[in-house]
Design a protein around this ligand. Structure first.
Ligand SMILES: Cc1cc2nc3c(=O)[nH]c(=O)nc-3n(C[C@H](O)[C@H](O)[C@H](O)COP(=O)(O)O)c2cc1C
Length: 255
């Protein structure tokens, strides 16, 4: 049997952590796990018998690096998929958009799930709201159950599903439109910067240049995933010119 593939994009770490938990839940089947940022050179989706695809929700939509990867993918024979998203509050039609793009390339959703995780944007924008720091209750057991359900659906050749369109989706239009239009600049607090260059090495868009050891972030290139802020070991980057970040997460894998 061909192995399973887990493919994800993760800005800060939530989606990566869910992907890894799914991998642990399918220990009996050989499974390869990759971020779309780091695919092996000889990668071909045809080498896999099933795919698990995950993305964070950014303004109600899947992350662009994952969509770019799918859009460039040659259509393949039908491969069954478990499609998932992580979100801070509510993923609206993100899963539907992702599942529809998958379908265009022969990746057929047979199971899908949305997981509420710490809100990587909310924590920075309104850090006084403790709710942003929490995941949904029983997240780990839900991931385990969904993984088992996906495998059982594969065995029973269950009918493909596409997440239903949400009738209340227009209520989220301000978030969708304003969110995309309003990109917050990221400020460097020079007195904290230890010139480690981690922000530049980690940036999924190569949007950071280093001059005299200090990072400069190109607003035009930045996709606002906030990985650089969350993963800065010195808490030297923030969304406020005046105030540096006081608290992000205790550890890098957030859940
Ligand atoms: C720019 C940006 C936009 C976001 N938009 C939404 C959103 O529309 N709805 C939502 O529920 N969460 C939203 N979030 C929260 C993330 O979806 C959530 O924290 C996710 O788990 C982050 O995954 P990651 O750690 O893999 O990047 C947003 C986060 C960022 C950084």
């Amino acid at each position: 049997m061909k192995p399973f593939l887990i493919l994800f994009f993760s800005g800060v770490g939530n989606t990566k952590s869910v992907a890894e938990q799914i991998k642990n839940g399918i220990a009996e089947i050989p499974t390869e796990i990759y971020s779309v940022e780091k695919l092996p050179q000889d990668f071909s989706i045809e080498n896999y018998s099933a795919v698990i695809i995950g993305t964070p929700t950014y303004h109600s939509e899947p992350a662009q690096p994952l969509m770019n990867f799918l859009e460039a993918l040659n259509p393949c024979r039908n491969i069954p998929a478990f499609v998932f998203t992580t979100c801070g509050l509510y993923s609206e039609n993100c899963l539907r958009t992702l599942a529809n793009e998958c379908l265009k390339h022969g990746i057929i959703t047979v199971h899908f799930a949305s997981y509420r995780c710490p809100a990587t944007d909310g924590i920075l924008l309104t850090p006084f709201m403790e709710c942003w720091f929490r995941s949904e209750k029983n997240l780990q057991s839900r991931i385990k159950d969904d993984t088992a359900t996906f495998i059982s659906k594969l065995k029973s050749h269950s009918k493909a599903e596409i997440p239903k369109s949400k009738w209340y989706a227009p209520l989220n239009y301000p978030n969708k439109m304003l969110g995309k239009a309003t990109t917050f600049p990221i400020y460097l607090h020079k007195n904290r910067c230890i010139k480690c260059g981690k922000c530049q090495k980690n940036c999924p868009k190569n949007a950071i240049e280093i001059t005299n050891g200090y990072p400069t972030i190109s607003k035009a290139e930045c996709m606002n995933c906030y990985r650089c802020i969350h993963h800065c070991p010195a808490l030297a980057l923030s969304l406020s010119k005046e105030k540096a970040v006081e608290k992000v997460w205790e550890k890098e894998n957030l859940i």
